[in-house]
Write a protein that binds this ligand. Sequence first.
Ligand SMILES: [Zn+2]
Ligand SMILES: [Zn+2]
Length: 342
Amino acid sequence: MDRSYLRINGRGNAWPIPIAQHHPFYDLPGAPDYANASYSILKKDAKGKIVNDILIDAGHGIIPFLLKNGNRIPDALLITHPHFDHTLGMDWIIQSYYRFRGKKKYPVYATKGCREQIIKTMPHLEELCAFTELSYGRPERVKEAAGEMTVTAYPVYHGSHARGAAMLLVEMGEAGKQLLFTGDVLLPMLRRTDMDRLNGVDWLVTDANNRFSYPKTNHWSVMRRQPEDTEYLKPWMESLSEDILMQPHNFQSYVNYQYLLDFFRDFPGKEAYILTVLEFAGHIRPVNLLLSHYSGLEDEKYYGERLLDTPGLEKWGQEVVKRAGLNIMVKVPETGELIGLE
Ligand SMILES: [Zn+2]
Ligand SMILES: [Zn+2]
């Protein structure tokens, strides 16, 4: 019988971890997870052979990872947002498929803004890809998945350059599992009804770039900490406007535009905005929380906190979730790790 897994293909940020620097989270032998936030939803047969691979994001490091782990072209790609640590691997994957599968176009699922940004930076991909456009809040069937699978995009704000940035909900029909991949996010812009709909998702796989608030990174934080968060968060909150939040998403798509208006209707005051993993998890109450994409450089620079390694971040994450009174399993997975989804 085939079994389903979530595989961690890479966890790394691009710019906070530049070439020629060391970092306790990433200096692991055999785990080249720099500049690649990427996951796979895999099906393996009874012999352990991969028979289906739906890839979520594909950064710089995805190519060496795939070569070392089964050397197989994923069956389709879902993209959260058009930053290189999530997209740069697309070129080799798509060219491999196109050249060696009879010039078939490669299936990519992305929002309109995300697709436009990808094509702007890698124009040759336009004719090599078969894009399925994801509209906010509307599930799309992932046709290449073995078994029933849908993906739904929800808009997020991740800075003015992250056009069409979204978190992606993947729902697996037969296994009845729901996985929510936040991508990179500073402010989720979900309607109340969708927040309710996400209640109790099995896996929340989240951006954990920094532990404490520093919105100039365009990432949310795991939690807030006084008094520093007032110093860094307050001026940013004051500068925010609906126009600023709308700008990376406003591409003449009526569905998407209406979705954002609904978000502003549901969250009319900035003070209600969700700006941390803890607040978001408190709303949707996932069963499991996976912290990924850690940098910690801002925690070190602005909060005087040292950089953590993987067990350190996991222990800290478990403590703060417990202290918040949330009954959620917290894990910081390693690159290459397989998590059973049955
Ligand atoms: Zn990223
Ligand atoms: Zn990003």
